[in-house]
Design a protein around this ligand. Structure first.
Ligand SMILES: [Zn+2]
Ligand SMILES: [Zn+2]
Length: 301
């Protein structure tokens, strides 16, 4: 493991504060990234399957059920109270149709354990699916649900990514907690240092659920806000596209991916292709600050 100090603090006042998900490309780009990462990887079969899951998420966009946004009064009330406009605890029922669409599409080609989970998801009733969504988002994971939860997560990601893409950035506001999504209140999966004209070299946190991004200062802990005890860790032999940003003040870490090192890097896919980095920083005593929902349950959460 290599560690290095961080010494730059670019201003963020002029940056776009929020980047809403690009619905047309997000899941298909992620599918391509999983497929590329799967080649010559010790977890290649699993990553390749997650690529097919991402493609199924993209395909689900073509046959969307009704997904109503909260009405204007509810969005205004959330804003008044400093809350995000979307609330995963009040899910539109259409997410269950997305889940059944994903399960039907993937069942035949899934590895055996996943196939059993998908078959199960196609047979359980609505109340059971809602319970599983509650468990995924805020409950204790039970072993019996573990294999099914990544698919529940994938369906909720589709629903909330669609909803977030329909929001107006003018209605969003920065929240007091920097690691929480301003659109849906979920924790960030990782942060991205972006390439691109107006956002070059700026760092954005990426929502684990709705794929929205929000600007945060670089070289600052996204959990406790200190800029004093933050360091970057990476695997030996890494080209530096994925690092873990560790904080000695709160003992947390979150990964950070760099588009200038690899323009195709993806905060969800590259996170799951670098679990060895999680092991290293876990062993050094740091707690991960946000989940990757495609991993919850599958490998013990
Ligand atoms: Zn979100
Ligand atoms: Zn911290």
């Amino acid at each position: 493991m290599q560690s290095q100090p961080i010494d730059f603090h670019p201003p963020t006042e002029d940056a776009a504060p929020f980047l809403l998900p690009a619905l047309g490309t997000l899941f298909v780009d992620r599918a391509d990234r999983f497929a590329a990462l799967a080649r010559e990887h010790s977890l290649g079969d699993w990553l390749a399957f997650l690529g097919r899951l991402s493609q199924a998420q993209h395909d689900a966009l073509k046959a969307l059920p009704g997904l109503p946004l909260p009405d204007a009064a509810a969005r205004q009330q959330a804003r008044t109270h400093g809350m995000p406009p979307l609330d995963p605890a009040r899910r539109p029922a259409g997410w269950r149709a997305i889940l059944r669409h994903l399960a039907g599409q993937l069942e035949a080609e899934a590895p055996p354990a996943a196939r059993a989970a998908l078959t199960g998801l196609l047979t359980v009733d609505d109340a059971r699916l809602e319970k599983m969504a509650d468990v995924l988002l805020d409950g204790e994971i039970e072993a019996a649900d573990a294999a099914a939860l990544p698919f529940v997560a994938a369906a909720l990601q589709v629903a909330y990514t669609v909803l977030a893409s329909r929001l107006d950035v003018a209605d969003l506001q920065k929240l007091d907690a920097h690691n929480v999504c301003p659109c849906c209140g979920s924790p960030a999966v990782a942060s991205v240092v972006r390439l691109g004209a107006a956002i070059n070299n700026l760092r954005y946190l990426h929502c684990s659920l709705c794929n929205s991004e929000w600007n945060v200062a670089r070289a600052t802990c996204t959990t406790c806000d200190t800029d004093q005890q933050v360091a970057l860790q990476e695997l030996e032999g890494s080209k530096g596209a994925v690092r873990a940003e560790t904080c000695d003040a709160c003992q947390s870490y979150l990964k950070i991916v760099y588009q200038d090192k690899d323009p195709n890097v993806d905060p969800v896919a590259d996170d799951l292709a670098t679990l060895a980095l999680d092991l290293l920083v876990d062993e050094a005593g740091y707690q991960r600050a946000g989940p990757n929902l495609l991993l919850i349950g599958a490998h013990g959460g």
